[in-house]
Design a protein around this ligand. Structure first.
Ligand SMILES: Cc1ncc(COP(=O)(O)O)c(C=O)c1O
Length: 273
């Protein structure tokens, strides 16, 4: 792994570098991005930087200097040999008093890069008993307050699944802990709308454009009727689901197979680098 923080490359990325009172650490007051790297080149970087800025604005953090973030990304990738990797950008409220109130120190900007293992082509998912709050202050933002996802993912992993699926407060299908959900019903490819409270996934948006998926909010029980299902994310690309709450699905089914093929072809164009 290589890491860069507040304008300089760290000589040892494993050594402590962050203030113990950084608001990102003490109360999860920060935003982040995870970006796929293929042959040392970040995928759709501009889309990720735009979402970083949107998340920061949603949290009321200062606007990140995106040119500086790009310099950090270039610094952690320079001279690396990453056939498949991940860049992680973290932007926090910076050092602050130990409570929820913000301090007046500048924000902290961290960029790190390391290798990424390819995901299995198919996977199992389980729905979890905790809802996403689509009306909450953090809805749709990619914040470092991700402990709900940690709990849900652990719940799924204890049940032999690699992803946990949330419904929202309205009882509608929402998203996974780190992925968006697509499914096929009546032969139509569908995915929840952004109003469901799901993250505006970069992979999701590209797939909606490229495959023409219908954005619709439906009760989470649609998963019991879906003929196909797949997860979409930076780390999974298009990953077919073969088991959803113990129900077997064809994986990949014909629609998923087409989405996978489209993804592989169009990804090579690297939109919005
Ligand atoms: C909660 C959540 N939903 C969806 C996604 C998928 O987004 P993307 O395709 O931009 O990786 C992520 C990404 O990690 C996520 O954290």
């Amino acid at each position: 792994m290589r890491a860069w923080m507040n304008g300089r490359l760290l000589t040892d990325p494993e050594q402590p570098a962050l203030s113990v009172i950084d608001h990102g650490v003490t109360v999860g007051d920060g935003v982040f991005e995870a970006i796929k790297v293929v042959e040392n080149v970040p995928f759709a970087l501009t889309r990720h930087l735009n979402r970083l800025a949107t998340s920061a604005a949603g949290l009321g953090l200062p606007a990140p200097d995106l040119a500086e973030v790009r310099r950090g990304v270039a610094a952690v990738l320079e001279g690396q040999d990453l056939p498949l990797g991940r860049v992680r950008i973290t932007f926090t409220g910076g050092p602050a008093p130990m409570g929820s109130g913000r301090g007046d120190e500048p924000p902290t900007l961290i960029v790190a890069a390391g290798p990424m293992a390819p995901y299995e082509p198919t996977t199992a998912v389980v729905t979890v008993p905790w809802p996403r709050n689509e009306r909450g202050a953090l809805a749709g933002l990619k914040t470092t307050s991700y402990a709900e996802n940690v709990v849900a993912l652990a719940h799924a992993q204890e049940r032999g699944a690699s992803e946990a699926i949330f419904e929202n407060l309205a009882g509608h299908l929402c998203e996974g802990t780190g992925s968006n959900v697509f499914y096929v019903l009546d032969g139509e490819l569908r995915t929840p709308t952004l109003a469901s409270g799901c993250l505006a996934g970069v992979t999701r948006a590209l797939l909606v454009d490229w495959c023409g998926a219908t954005e619709i909010d439906e009760p989470i029980s649609v998963l019991a009727e879906a003929t196909e299902m797949f997860l979409a994310s930076t780390t999974r690309d298009v990953q077919a689901v073969h088991l959803a709450d113990g129900r077997e699905l064809v994986a990949p089914g014909p629609v998923t197979r087409e989405a996978m093929a489209t993804w592989v072809t169009r990804e090579a164009e690297n939109p919005d680098p």
